[in-house]
Design a protein around this ligand. Structure first.
Ligand SMILES: [Ca+2]
Ligand SMILES: [Ca+2]
Length: 574
């Protein structure tokens, strides 16, 4: 943005057939036999059948002592079938469920005449711990029958699912065993995240002088392709660009969109489509805040050659770009009254109709996804300082009605030095289901100065959290110029300018689930410079490239402004 009002921008249990011991009846007083304890049964056995009644004993003279019939032990219950493997869980399998304690044998019937069969044995206790992430295996039925009595019942309780460990998602309980009950879902272990190590910082602007570079944006594409763009005042002000074809290991010499008007040029934007076409965009002001042109050049060969620079529209201020999934698709938005957004499917040669965004004077962000979801958030301080949000579910063919996600985005430090404008940053996972929006402002619940805020959706923008503070410093200090990226696993990566140490530093935080907070803030910068400037570029870039996170920022360690880069290899990986 150029001016104070502009943007910046988851057993087979065979029923245990418990053979009921049939108590024979003898006409005499028999001895009483106690049933012996059954062996441990566990899951899912059926209740043993009650002993059949003995036949009536003959009344008579002294009968021979009746033999005590021995009840037949109940058959062991079959092992419950393991549940199906938990979906998505990678938790370590738990230990097999212990067999439940066996059915206690029924108390022996007295061999009396006409004695009834023994009483039914009590049911065994079900097995205990099941396997993590899997249904517990069933315990053996095992209950030995009491003498003269009927067999004990098999255990009936299925093993419960155990607790998984180390998995990144909760394992699901087993499906219902044939005779067993459904295993209880195991709880997932703590999710794991790869470590974050930011690389040695490197400078992207390749001039040797001390001209000012600022206002840096970043886009990533397939196969390690990325492009950064910035405003460059090494000589006549231009939009400068550098790109990488190896995920940021090395960067190209700078290219630029030149200044042909002699007027103010800046507000660079960059995009890469799904096929790897790079789009370099620059605002050419003709009358600052009133009229100007959006200029663009493209490369379809990873930067070996670039097209001519063309004017693709008019706008008073600050364009933004979003690369489509399809080859040749790109979105461009801009500020104005009204601001707008439009789409091209032929690399910017022709454009579809403009969708009005209302009177916007600060920047938009654009994220496109493989599911057709397109997310466009922006600040609307021309009305009530709300966070307004536009969504498409069909790749921009049609747009939904706008929604206001935050009624008031807080106080922006327009007049601070360095200044802070209501620039809205955004990132999504490739499917567009996990969406994060960030800005910096003074808001209730913060530190009474500039803080970094984040709004989060895990359902494609249907519902959103309240603002969540990202920065964890405890001293009164400014954090601003934030941007955000979301990786393939839905993790959120935020970068911002941080003055907690009184200097111009760039800091970072990651979260698996922002509703549960962020990891400890860490610093990306390995050097720092003065923050005593009226302008530190308004915004910055952070994006995911494969398993890595890339970041670019305006750095003052060397002169009044350079564009620096770092990457955190593997920080976005499995
Ligand atoms: Ca603060
Ligand atoms: Ca410089």
């Amino acid at each position: 943005m150029r001016t104070g009002v502009s943007m910046r921008k988851g057993a087979k249990f065979r029923f245990a057939f418990v053979l009921a011991a049939v108590g024979s009846a003898w006409s005499c007083a028999g001895t009483t036999d106690e049933g012996s304890p059954g062996a441990g049964g566990s899951n899912g056995g059926a209740t043993g059948a009650a002993g059949t009644s003995g036949a009536s004993g003959n009344a008579g003279t002294t009968g021979a002592a009746g033999n005590v019939a021995t009840g037949t032990a109940g058959n062991s219950g079959m092992t419950g079938g393991a549940g199906t493997t938990g979906i998505g869980g990678t938790g370590t399998a738990g230990t097999t469920g212990n067999g439940g304690s066996g059915a206690n044998g029924g108390s022996g019937a007295n061999g009396g005449s006409g004695a009834n069969g023994g009483t039914t044995g009590s049911a065994g206790i079900g097995g205990t711990t099941g396997a993590a992430g899997r249904g517990g295996t069933g315990g053996a039925a095992a209950g030995a029958g009491g003498r003269g009595g009927s067999a004990g019942s098999a255990g009936s309780t299925a093993g419960a699912g155990g607790t998984g460990t180390g998995g990144s998602a909760a394992g699901r309980g087993g499906t219902t065993g044939t005779a067993g009950t459904t295993g209880i879902a195991g709880t997932g272990g703590a999710a794991t995240t790869p470590p974050v190590t930011w690389s040695t910082n490197i400078r992207l602007n390749d001039d040797t002088g001390s001209g000012n570079q600022s206002e840096v944006a970043l886009a990533t594409g397939p196969n390690g392709l990325a492009i950064a763009g910035w405003m460059d005042e090494r000589s006549t002000r231009v939009c400068g660009f550098s790109f990488t074809t190896n995920g940021g290991q090395t960067w190209s010499k700078n290219v630029s969109i030149p200044n042909v008007s002699g007027m103010f040029v800046g507000d660079p934007a960059v995009a890469i489509d799904g096929a790897g076409t790079m789009y370099a965009i620059c605002q050419e002001y003709l009358d600052v805040g009133n009229t100007g042109n959006i200029r663009m050049m493209t490369s379809t060969d990873k930067g070996v050659t670039w097209s001519a620079v063309r004017t693709i529209g008019s706008a008073p201020d600050k364009p933004w770009g979003g690369g489509g999934i399809a080859e040749g698709t790109v979105f461009v938005s801009w500020l104005g009254n009204p601001g707008g957004i439009k789409r091209s499917t032929d690399r910017g040669m022709t454009w579809g109709p403009t969708k009005s965004l209302g009177n916007i004077i600060h920047g938009t962000a654009i994220n496109v996804s493989t599911t057709g979801l397109v997310h466009v958030p922006y600040n609307l301080d021309s009305q009530n300082n709300q966070l307004r949000y536009l969504r498409s579910k069909d790749n921009g063919d049609t747009w939904e009605a706008t929604r206001d996600l935050v009624a008031n985005m807080g106080t922006f430090c327009f007049s601070c030095s360095p200044r802070q404008h209501p620039i809205v940053g955004q990132g999504t996972d490739p499917t567009g289901r996990v969406v994060a929006i960030t800005w910096a402002s003074r808001m209730t619940g913060g530190q009474n100065d500039d803080d970094v805020w984040l709004l989060y959706s895990s359902n494609g923008g249907d519902t959103w959290t309240q603002p969540i503070r990202v920065n964890d410093n405890t001293n009164a200090s400014r954090q601003f110029e934030s941007w955000v990226a979301v990786d393939n696993y839905g993790r959120v990566h935020v970068a911002w300018t941080d003055l907690r140490n009184g200097m111009n530093e760039t800091w970072y935080a990651r979260s698996v689930d922002p509703t549960k907070g962020f990891e400890k803030n860490i610093q990306i910068t390995d050097g720092r410079g003065s923050a005593s400037a009226s302008f530190l570029g308004d915004y910055k870039g952070i994006a995911v490239s494969g398993n890595d996170v890339l970041a670019v920022w305006m750095d003052t360690r060397r002169d009044s402004g350079d564009i620096y880069f770092s990457r955190a290899v593997g920080a976005a990986g499995p």
